[in-house]
Design a protein around this ligand. Structure first.
Ligand SMILES: [Zn+2]
Length: 313
């Protein structure tokens, strides 16, 4: 992120800090189909289990005109604008009909979805996109380094997670447009800024936009995953390009000044308790704290790698 962009986010955060909603009770749920307690609806579903990824969740209100339409384990977001709907991610292939059902439960027509934005090019977040694209007629916008994997269904050979994807094909998706780092998509009055955060995957992209509700305006960030899984025998130290990208992606994530952090795995940011109103939806350091967790776990991984490389005595 450029200095000017960072300055703009920092300024917008400062302007809204004093307006942060303190009490959960003040949250509103303006659409009848939205759940008031998605945390309770998904209670008992282990968020760490792959089963949660295809367990249906009710739709729920996040903030302003942003809605949660994903499953109990994987996020999909719907943003209403005056110029149509924007969908961010779709989840696993089995989630496609669940996401469509949630869009309808909120009273929207899936045909109103004009754009689909992508967090990263893995089957558990982009696996539903081919079906969702077909059902909605929407155009997919992706980061330049997501495009090849999405179009071919084959993850980048630079991605250390490739061995984990056996048996989980990503159905090819037609990408209509790429969005460069710091590029913006404006739909109606909402501008989505893409920030390349290549920590979790080479194409990892975070999306930032503003929402207002009851006179309060906040910066929302769909902050991509900050986990850096890799097979045990993969050493980031042997892949300096990937190592540098992970560090760059995590550092850029930490610099995003957001009021509301939303993560592709809802449990990674306690999202359900926040949107159910049990705890505050906002935190002035939400993106920084989220990135910091990823930075610490990655440092620990590097330490383990270094130790495992020491010659046996
Ligand atoms: Zn992933």
């Amino acid at each position: 992120m450029g200095r000017a962009m960072f300055g703009r986010f920092a300024l917008s955060a400062l302007l809204t800090l004093s307006l942060t909603v303190p009490a959960a009770a003040q949250r509103m749920v303006p659409r009848p189909g939205a759940s008031r307690n998605i945390a309770a609806a998904c209670a008992g579903v282990d968020p760490a289990s792959e089963k949660s990824w295809s367990t249906p969740a009710p739709p729920a209100h996040v903030f302003g005109n942003t809605w949660y339409v994903g499953t109990c384990g994987i996020t999909a977001l719907l943003v209403e604008t005056k110029a149509g709907l924007v969908l961010l991610d779709g989840g696993v292939p089995e989630a496609a009909p669940m996401v469509l059902a949630n869009i309808r439960k909120l009273g929207f027509n899936p045909g109103e979805v004009r754009w689909i934005l992508v967090s990263h090019e893995h089957w558990d977040h982009a696996g539903a996109l081919a079906a969702l694209q077909k059902a909605t007629g929407a155009q997919v916008i992706a980061g330049p380094r997501q495009m090849n994997a999405l179009m071919t269904g084959k993850p980048s050979s630079e991605d250390p997670q490739v061995p984990f994807f056996k048996g989980h094909d990503l159905l090819p998706v037609k990408v209509s447009r790429t969005m460069p780092d710091n590029g913006r998509l404006t739909v109606g009055a909402v501008s989505f800024t893409a920030i390349a955060t290549p920590a979790h995957s080479p194409g990892s992209t975070s999306w930032v936009w503003r929402e207002c509700e009851g006179g309060l305006c906040k910066t929302l960030a769909y902050a991509d995953s900050v986990s850096t899984p890799a097979p045990d025998d993969y050493h980031f130290g042997d892949h300096p390009k990937r190592l540098g990208e992970v560090r760059e992606g995590l550092a850029k994530m930490a610099r995003i000044s957001c009021d509301v952090v939303i993560t592709p795995h809802p449990s990674a940011s306690d999202l359900f308790r926040r949107i159910s109103g049990t705890i505050p939806i906002s935190a002035s350091n939400g993106c920084f704290a989220y990135a910091q967790g990823g930075i610490e776990r990655f440092q620990n991984r590097l330490v383990v790698e270094t130790k495992s490389k020491k010659p046996e005595k």
